[in-house]
Design a protein. Structure first.
Ligand code: ATP
Length: 747
């Protein structure tokens, strides 16, 4: 232990030296005036970004800097840690966990040691090593003294049984072999990681992001990495992981936040969400757009030159309108960009007609001038607007959802009920005030593809103001961490104005709807609708993606029942699947209870095997139905009193009676999920959909029959709810328990 501590103390000395160096270099850059050529400014900015990144990496490495070492047959000893460090002679003293030289630390098992003869896991408190354990390899493994295929079992179990904090932590020190294979899988193509609950899909996906950025920094730093999670609470749950790994350039977002300027809410009915997610909606939007491009029955009449002495009535025949439409279609431009072709065709035909009517006295220039004048005429513009209205995506969707006729015309192959699910009493055609939902976001994005930008549209002033505020915030953070008192935040921002170098690239990317990310990671991917997949494939033109999920947990009405549903259309032949098989979260006692539920989801599915026993048998408690509210409150209150610092989730069916929910929410310590402080609260009240991806020390599932009955994928919801606990599970019910939960211990 003393030897290890001496070594690690030296490592911290090197870390300090590196920090001092990076700070000095940064200070030197700040000391220089910001003038010079664009080129030299760019070089300085690039250097500054490099040093800032290095410093944040060095700061992130402080906690648990070194966590293991391996020895190989030739006696070489290598220490593994969060970053790479070298001594004064540039000799490596610490190997970055992402480097290929660190791979054996994670991959070696007693049966397949791969040249490793010894592996030690170090556990530290602050800067001190407080414990270590050695995995058995070689002879000792053969003698049966070890034999576990788990790497660093003691450290792993200690981390798994620790009380949950409400935030996910990193697992660099205890990554298991099957997880490491996923993390280090090649960058290209689409990697699908299927795995049951608690197999580490989320945490592995995040470590993969860090690994990919480390290994392919040049390629990925240019385009950024996007991580998609199911909702804002989940993103908050995971948002510490990558910064703790020294990565701050990954963008975390949910589908509902992927369309700039809109934040989709989760207020959709399941019926509407199912229809909006249907792949046919892409065609529906095209048809709706067609429906908004009007044509006269036979003809329209417009009057031009009203303000001049030469007022004239012009008849616009249907045939002329059709020719104008055809001209716009021929341009193959998005709708808004095609309008000039329609205008050109219309105005030139009309100008020629007027010239002809005047007996051919006009030359070509006169005709062209006349056409230009026509275009400026108010009634001509109104005509163009009727034939080919300029539209924003918001306007297109508002028009569609607000008109039964348009819905009927654009959705002939949907049922009456499906069309009715989309109909809404909206405000005016500008779409202002319409609360866009998560399921609307892929439609808005699809509409934006069809329409193209409105002519003359630039970043609105509002967005500019927001960007400025953000830059200022970022500058303040930079200065707080590394500031030297020589420059203030405003000056720092103004030095970068126009060069945008202060804001991380990936963040800027998220504000640009047309940005193509270098790699996209999708978590809880089974929840995504076909329309959401279309959106994501547009954001990832290189089709370099990591998709993690569990088909047994699909709860969304338009979610997936097979991976090929989502992937064959856009990435046929370019996706590969790997499976994670060990459940690190849920103790064996709870997993046994879920067996029947999983069979009800799909008899072909197998549950991951639990890595440990929890010792607490899952229980059920029946409360009287006619006294449900008070009895439930009393039972929950008792559970809360016994928590002893642990965190608990109460999971109920969606659409539960408000009085029951309010009754529970009023109890001491209970917070509803839509409250931003929910993750820090000791007890959270939530639906299974909201609990997706999260975990708690204890879970209470109330009225499982209602969870099952709530919607078509209710059994999947029950499976999700039951598998959120790291320690204990209780079921409280007034209705009969479903047969599939027969294994619970009645209280
Ligand atoms: N190798 C590991 N070392 C330590 N902890 C681990 C390891 N693998 C997974 N875990 C922990 O197990 C828990 C479950 O991981 P995670 O949430 O990533 O699983 P998941 O497969 O995404 O689950 P679900 O599908 O149920 O949401 C987390 O607390 C995670 O930190």
């Amino acid at each position: 232990m003393r030897a290890e501590n001496e070594y690690v103390t030296e490592l911290y000395d090197h870390l300090e030296t590196q920090r001092e160096l990076a700070t000095a270099l940064l200070r030197e850059i700040h000391l220089h005036d910001r003038g010079g050529t664009f080129q030299s400014r760019m070089e300085r900015d690039t250097l500054e970004i490099h040093h800032v990144r290095r410093l944040s990496e060095l700061h992130a490495a402080e906690y648990g800097l070194c966590f293991g070492r391996i020895e190989s047959a030739d006696g070489e000893r290598r220490y593994i840690g969060r970053i790479a460090l070298a001594d004064e002679d540039h000799e490596p003293v610490l190997t970055d966990w992402r480097a290929s030289a660190a791979e054996p630390f994670y991959r070696a098992t007693p049966t397949v040691p791969g040249g490793v003869t010894g592996r030690r896991h170090l556990r530290s408190k602050g800067r001190t090593i407080v414990d270590f354990d050695d995995d058995a390899f070689g002879v000792s493994a053969l003698e049966g003294r070890g034999g576990s295929e788990l790497s660093g079992e003691t450290a792993l179990l200690a981390s798994l049984t620790a009380a949950r904090t409400g935030r996910m932590g990193d697992i660099v020190s205890t990554i298991q072999a099957e997880q490491d294979r996923v993390i280090r899988s090649a960058l290209g193509g689409v990697l699908v990681v299927q795995g049951g609950p608690g197999t580490g899909k989320t945490v592995v996906a995040l470590h993969r992001a860090a690994y990919l950025l480390y290994t392919h920094r040049d390629r990925l730093a240019k385009r950024g990495v996007l991580v998609i999670g199911p909702n804002a609470t989940f993103l908050r749950y995971i948002d510490q992981v990558l910064p703790a790994l020294g990565e701050s350039e990954v963008v975390l977002s949910s589908i509902g936040a992927l369309y700039p300027g809109v934040t989709g809410t989760d207020t959709e009915t399941p019926e509407a969400a199912a229809v909006k997610g249907d792949a046919r909606m892409a065609r529906v939007l095209g048809a709706a757009l067609d429906g908004l491009r009007q044509l006269p029955e036979t003809s329209w009449t417009i009057t031009v030159g009203r303000t001049s002495p030469h007022e004239e009535e012009l008849e616009i025949s249907r045939a002329l309108c059709e020719r104008a439409h055809a001209a716009a279609h021929r341009s193959r431009e998005p709708h808004n960009a095609a309008r000039p072709d329609l205008v050109e065709r219309l105005s030139s035909e009309l100008a020629l007609r007027i010239a002809r009517d005047q007996g051919g006295k006009m030359d070509l220039d006169d005709v062209a001038n006349l056409a230009d004048r026509l275009v400026g005429e108010p009634e001509f513009q109104a005509l163009a607007e009727k034939l080919w209205p300029l539209l924003s995506p918001e306007q297109l969707l508002t028009a569609l959802f607000g008109s039964p006729e348009l819905l009927a015309g654009a959705m002939p192959d949907f049922s009456e009920a499906e069309r009715a699910a989309l109909l809404r009493e909206g405000p005016g055609p500008d779409g202002e005030g319409v609360p866009w939902t998560t399921a609307d976001v892929p439609l808005l994005d699809e509409a934006a593809e069809l329409l193209g930008p409105l002519p003359g549209s630039t970043t609105s002033r509002q967005a500019e103001v927001a960007a400025e505020a953000e830059e200022l915030e970022f500058a303040k953070v930079v200065l707080e961490d590394f500031g030297d008192g020589l420059v203030d935040a405003e000056t720092l921002v103004s030095q970068y104005r126009g060069e945008e170098a202060l804001r991380p690239l990936a963040e800027r990317a998220l504000e640009d709807r047309t940005w193509g990310f270098g790699h996209v990671i999708v978590d809880e991917a089974q929840e995504l609708s076909p329309m959401a997949w279309r959106l994501l494939t547009r954001r990832c033109p290189g089709r370099s993606m990591t998709i993690v999920g569990d088909l047994a947990q699909t709860g969304a009405p338009a979610g997936l029942s097979s991976w090929s549903e989502a992937l064959d259309e856009y990435t046929a032949g370019r996706w590969r699947t790997v499976e994670l098989t060990i459940n690190y979260r849920t103790p064996a006692e709870i997993m046994r209870i879920t067996e029947g539920v999983l069979r009800a989801v799909d008899p072909a599915l197998t549950a991951p095997s639990a890595v440990r026993d929890g010792g607490i048998r899952p229980w059920s408690l029946r409360i009287p139905e006619d006294d449900r509210g008070p009895a439930l409150r009393a039972a929950v209150r008792k559970e809360i009193a016994a928590l002893d610092g642990r965190r608990m989730a109460i999971i109920h069916a969606p659409g539960w009676p408000v009085e029951l929910l309010d009754g529970l929410a009023e109890l001491d310590g209970v917070t509803a999920t839509d409250d931003p402080s929910a993750l820090e609260s000791p007890v959270v009240l939530m639906t299974a959909a909201q609990a997706k991806g999260l975990e708690f020390d204890a879970v209470l599932v109330v009225e499982p029959t209602e969870l099952i009955a709530a919607h078509v994928r209710g059994v999947n919801d029950l499976y999700v709810a039951l598998t959120r606990a790291t320690k204990s599970l209780g079921v409280i019910h007034s209705r009969d328990l479903p047969e599939m939960l027969a294994g619970l211990d009645p209280r």
